[in-house]
Design a protein around this ligand. Sequence first.
Ligand code: F6R
Length: 614
Amino acid sequence: MCGIVGFIGSQQAYPILIKGLKRLEYRGYDSAGVAMIENQQFNQYKCKGKVADLESLVKGKDVDGTVGIGHTRWATHGVPNDVNAHPHLSGDGQLALIHNGIIENYATLKEALIEDGHVFKSDTDTEVLVHFIEDIMAKTGSDLFEAVRVALCEVVGAYAIVVMDRRFPDRLVCAKKSSPLVIGIGTEGDYFIASDATPFIEYTKNVVYLEDEEVALIDRHSGLKIVTIQNQQKDPYIQELEMKLEAIEKGGYDSFMLKEIHEQPRSIYDSIRGRLNLNHGMLKMSGIDRHEEIWMNANRIIIVACGTSWHAGLVAEYLFEEFARIPTEVEYASEFRYRDPIIQPGDIVIAISQSGETADTLAAIELAKDKGAFIFGVCNVVGSTISRATHSGAYTHAGPEIGVASTKAFTAQVAVLYLIALSVADKRGTITKERLHRLMAELTSIPDKVEEVLKTNAQVETIAEIYKNHRNALYLGRGYSFPVALEGALKLKEISYIHAEGYPAAEMKHGPIALIDEEMPVFVIATQGHSYEKVVSNIQEVKARKGKIIAIVTAGDKTVSELADHSIEIPKTDDSLVPIVSVIPLQLLSYHVAVMRGCNVDQPRNLAKSVTVE
Ligand code: F6R
């Protein structure tokens, strides 16, 4: 939700800011803006639309300045338009501020500021914050750094901000709470600030992740200083980044989503690499091993997550119950956090999040922690807020996921949750060694099987052509394939804007069957395994009502292939691993339908990659 970037140093800021904004555009893309300081004046430009629109606006204009800030927005307060775009200026025009998050008490602050004579141009909470900082500076005579600190003591909500004062072009001030912010320390006195490290990875690998309620002053002459909003001095903790530039580029693909779909053989391999060694019969999950006692005594697992990560959690429910025999519940983080959930001794809460920044998941973690639960995180982004808020965890190692629709993160999450379930089952003695080794071997073969499924791309594209103009679609699956049905439907609706629903196949007769006619495409995961015959019956029910069946079947299957209008073959694997393989054609299908409908697959409307507001 909103990408923010700042630069101060020896180079021109604008080229760094605009390139950085393009890399952060996955976080929000309804308006964008930049401001640089030159001769104690702002060169400021902002507009509705994407970063490319901002670039066109700025063409030929004065963009000089070796200090500056930039923002790409996902609107919360106020519609996306030029005025609401960031940066926002203080009333006296001396300060410029960019913000990611929500200032929850902005209305109260605004009322008081209006009484004091402040006039606002936008509908945003951000403009209130910059006026509030200006007000503190005027009333107390403090400098920007101190005024930001004092202001943030009064602020309720989430923020990552960067502020500059045009009278002091040697300084930038930034701060964060519940929204991410990282500072890159370059050579020759260059400093970068951004929502994630992607804007500056070609310049430096040395980074400081700001903690919640920390305020940083970056001064060209004296360097970096960090204090908490309670005014305690902090020593900057410099870490080395592992991210590579290639990982955040499209690498010859038309979109990040297509690239990320095709990366899955590699990303799944990376998620299991080093954790599983067939030759030595080794299965090592250090986050589990370190807390063996807790897992041995677990009475219940509660999984909290949102969206696609919640679907991965649903797969994990089956895995934990089947292999580790631990009762498991899967909760939407947004619901869990506002109930008064019962947490008992022996409960483990697993939080799943690609970004590691999702506000609802983070709040669910804090609530469960307060109630005494042990929290285990499954995150993709190393060093993210959620990964730091948990007691232990496992990274998915899928590499940066930039397409807004999650693809490789899902398969990596399921692979890691699979390893966790097997590891816990092994420790608790709920799985035989023979079965454990067979499943480990099968998991090892999954990257190759996914590679095989990617070869169905041309066939999937043909099917997409046939159904691209339909207005609705149903997705059905049973057992391990039910979460895949939900995920297939989510992928279609979020990037092609076609209404789609996922259901457990048997549930169809309790309502959704009324929707079926010759206009309704029904995607069914009908692989051979536990409930194959039952799914075949469900397919018959759809056919009897003239629905169109597009089935994902096990290679060589005759029964379903004869019944279905189209069938896509995937290699045979254990039921428990089908989700990782069967989701691939559904991802490809959504991608092709969206492209054929002229949709922007990487930046679907109204969405953003990292949902840091509730
Ligand atoms: C869908 C999608 C979202 C995310 C959800 C949670 O394609 O990407 O539904 O899965 O916003 O995000 P994370 O996993 O970052 O917590």
